[in-house]
Write a protein that binds this ligand. Structure first.
Ligand SMILES: [Zn+2]
Length: 76
């Protein structure tokens, strides 16, 4: 149960991604450009299954180098 992919949880920070893919409104994530480097940070098993949250996208765009370094530390 705990290793089931939760599509509402951001695969990078583990918080609610507010994805609207299953609601009547188009999800914000469809109108946002997600950098490939950010997608590359998602573990293989979670790719294309859960959305990245808006905060991670913003933080990444603010300072990609810092964001990547923090994620690498966090995951190791
Ligand atoms: Zn996130």
């Amino acid at each position: 149960m705990f290793d089931k992919i939760n599509e509402k949880i951001c695969p990078i920070c583990g918080k609610d991604n507010n994805c609207m893919a299953h609601s009547d409104e188009p999800c914000w994530c469809l109108s946002v450009e997600i950098p490939q480097e950010l997608l590359d940070l998602i573990p293989e098993s979670k790719k294309k299954k859960a959305c990245i949250c808006l905060k991670c996208i913003r933080d990444f765009k603010d300072d990609p180098g810092k964001f990547i370094n923090e994620r690498i530390l966090y995951n190791s």
